[in-house]
Design a protein around this ligand. Structure first.
Ligand SMILES: *[C@@H]1O[C@H](CO)[C@@H](O)[C@H](O)[C@H]1NC(C)=O
Ligand SMILES: *[C@@H]1O[C@H](CO)[C@@H](O)[C@H](O)[C@H]1NC(C)=O
Ligand SMILES: *[C@@H]1O[C@H](CO)[C@@H](O)[C@H](O)[C@H]1NC(C)=O
Length: 407
């Protein structure tokens, strides 16, 4: 196998011990991601724009990440839980240095990643970075294959707090070994580094993935459109092989970034994405321009009632319980005991709200019933017995997001 090319015999022995140890643990044990991680990531909104000459405000540069860190603090995102500022692809220089180490593009990152990390930390935030398990990143910059341990150490030396590890330009058969090894090399640095893997996008053994990674992508990249959001929700609703059950404190399925505040979604659709990402216990990484946020989008992203459901300490990923016509019904058990969050999503585009008479026993059998409250604006919908029905009216391409608490 290709990836073993760089391992000495000593490392190989160590690696076998590592595999034995990994088999005994359930989740990656680095103390991180006890609830779904939250932050900001540049990729969906800013892509691989390296043209700082003509587009200095939007190119991938330390200035962009510093500006976003500033906004995260000044506009209240940090205070509601958004914590990581993540660099995605295209931050690298085209070549490693003469010692084989990775180098940030010196023009776009004049203070290096360490300088940026210090700035981000001074704001009470954490810094994430991107690399790739293959020979090149998806954008064609130097990949980590044959340099896994050196790169893990480099990231730790730079005080990085999260690694998103992509899978372009690699042989998927190597991933079941390579991704856990990179995780072990991160662990060996002694610095807690949240490990975000793109591995299941290529191969899906969720037991192995949960042992190795704090979060993992398992579907295509999100795009700036409602079609994209709906296709992700439908994939999560199908829950092939019950991958929802792999989620829990320490490790999470990652349906990709929030595009709330971008160009493609109406306000109804932005609320729908937020509600679904909360019910699915998804990592909440915004990819938007925090310098130009519509007030309504900011309010959706900072809704503390929605975030509280996303961050519920039980860490149970919600499931689609049924679909009827254009409506999808999802539930998620949350704290305190017996409480259920639910979403009714209307896929329909007919221009009038669709009504659903929902059996309240969907929430359980508590004889004195459930107090049902809409999440975003905390409107009380009333108290209902399990034998009753509640009539829910859902706008086209929108949601009703609510919680039923036993009374
Ligand atoms: C490394 O792994 C060990 C055992 O799983 C764990 O106890 C420790 O906290 C980890 N350290 C870091 C820095 O992730
Ligand atoms: C999945 O990974 C686990 C843990 O490494 C392993 O025990 C199991 O055999 C794997 N399953 C398959 C189908 O490969
Ligand atoms: C998934 O869960 C359902 C319901 O609990 C069960 O019937 C089914 O066999 C499971 N499928 C797999 C692949 O584990």
């Amino acid at each position: 196998m290709l990836i073993f090319g760089f391992l000495s015999n000593k490392n190989m022995e160590y690696f076998l011990v590592v595999l034995a140890a990994l088999a005994a643990v359930e989740a990656l044990d680095n103390g991180l991601a006890r609830t779904p991680p939250m932050g900001w990531l540049d990729w969906e909104r800013f892509r691989c724009n390296t043209d700082c000459t003509n587009d200095p405000e939007n190119c991938i540069s330390e200035k962009l990440f510093m500006a976003m860190a500033d906004r995260m603090v000044a506009d209240g995102y940090r205070d509601v839980g958004y914590e990581y500022v993540n660099i995605d692809d295209c931050w690298l220089a085209k070549e490693r240095d003469d010692k084989g180490r990775l180098v940030a593009d010196p023009v776009r990152f004049p203070n290096g990643i360490l300088g940026l990390a210090k700035y981000v930390h001074s704001k009470g935030l954490k810094l994430g970075i991107y690399e790739d398990f293959g020979t090149k990143t998806c954008g064609g910059f130097p990949g980590s294959e044959f340099y896994l341990q050196l790169d893990a150490q480099t990231f730790a030396d730079w005080q990085v707090d999260l690694l998103k590890f992509d899978g372009c330009y690699s042989d998927p058969r190597d991933m079941q070994y390579g991704y856990p090894i990179m995780g072990k090399f991160l662990n060996m640095t002694g610095r807690p580094i949240l490990y975000s893997c793109s591995w299941p996008a290529y191969i899906t053994n969720y037991t192995a993935i949960r042992q190795a990674c704090n979060m993992w992508r398992n579907y295509g990249d999100v795009q700036d459109s409602w079609d994209s959001i709906l296709s992700i929700v439908e994939f999560y609703g199908q829950d092939k092989g019950n991958f929802s059950e792999a989620a829990g404190p320490g490790g999470w399925n990652d349906p990709d970034m929030l595009i709330v505040g971008d160009f493609g979604l109406s306000i109804e659709q932005q609320k729908a994405q937020m509600a679904m990402w909360c019910i699915m216990a998804s990592p909440l990484f915004m990819s938007n321009d925090l310098r130009k946020m519509p007030q309504e989008s900011k309010a959706i992203l900072q809704n503390i009632h929605a975030i509280k459901i996303n961050q519920d300490p039980l860490g149970i990923q919600g499931k689609q319980v049924f679909g009827i016509g254009n409506l999808l019904v999802w539930t998620r058990p949350i704290m305190p005991k017996g409480t259920t969050a639910f979403v009714v999503l209307n896929k329909g585009t007919g221009g009038t709200p669709t009504k659903l008479d929902l059996n309240v026993d969907l929430l359980g059998q508590n004889p004195s019933g459930y107090n049902i409250t809409e999440v975003f604006d905390q409107t009380s919908l009333g108290i209902f017995k399990p034998s009753e029905k509640i009539t829910i009216s859902v706008n086209p391409t929108g949601v009703i997001f609510a919680v039923g608490t036993p009374v």
